[in-house]
Design a protein around this ligand. Structure first.
Ligand SMILES: Cc1cc2nc3c(=O)[nH]c(=O)nc-3n(C[C@H](O)[C@H](O)[C@H](O)COP(=O)(O)O)c2cc1C
Length: 184
């Protein structure tokens, strides 16, 4: 079974993080930054405890002694969704003052998979340079940009179109691809 560490930060779009937490299979651990907690509550009405049933454990972002602060506890991927440009910047310059940013530094040094679902628009040159720097390190920069080609009929379907793309990247079961039936 795959093991995933999911980080949620204080960018808008908490619902994307919630959808991944609910739908991603495997052994999941969750960390929410302080601002993720506030934004998630204002955008979805949810509290971190509402997500506990979907994960093995929730860690505090202030807990720099948590298992994933060390490279000795490996996982298949760290996915930060939504990822603020502040967290993007910290990761790009090597700041590790929270569990999410420390785990990201560990993922970089240990060459573990990392996916950053950045949410900001427009993007400054600074954010673009940070994203490029990390992309060159092998990090997947995955702006929250939901596809429309699956003809979503509801917000839930719109959300799940993006989550499906994250799941596909992780190698997990996701929705059908574009005109996939024609491959048969
Ligand atoms: C309602 C709300 C929406 C926000 N949306 C975004 C956003 O879309 N992108 C972003 O980078 N920051 C956004 N922010 C700002 C971040 O929350 C802020 O920069 C914070 O310091 C990020 O810290 P964190 O990355 O540790 O969660 C938003 C803040 C609030 C209160």
């Amino acid at each position: 079974m795959a093991r995933y560490l999911i980080g949620m930060t204080g960018a808008s779009g908490a619902a994307y993080g919630v959808d991944l937490v609910k739908r991603c299979p495997g052994e999941k651990y969750l960390v929410l930054s302080d601002w993720a907690r506030q934004v998630m509550h204002s955008e979805t009405g949810l509290k971190p405890s509402d997500l506990e049933p979907f994960v093995k454990r929730v860690f505090a972002d202030s807990d720099l002694a948590a298992p994933f602060a060390s490279g000795s506890n490996r996982y298949d991927a760290l996915v930060i969704v939504p990822c603020s440009v502040s967290t993007l910047a910290k990761i790009a310059v090597g700041i590790a003052d929270t569990l999410i940013t420390r785990a990201a530094q560990v993922a970089l040094k240990e060459r573990m998979r990392m996916v950053l679902c950045v949410r900001e628009t427009p993007l400054s040159s600074i954010a673009l340079e940070n994203a490029l720097k990390l992309s060159r390190e092998g990090v997947v920069i995955m702006p929250i940009s939901p596809p429309w080609y699956h003809d979503p009929k509801s917000l839930t379907e719109l959300l799940s179109g993006f989550t499906n793309k994250v799941l596909a990247l992780l190698g997990e079961e996701s929705g059908p691809g574009w005109r996939e039936a024609e491959l048969e």
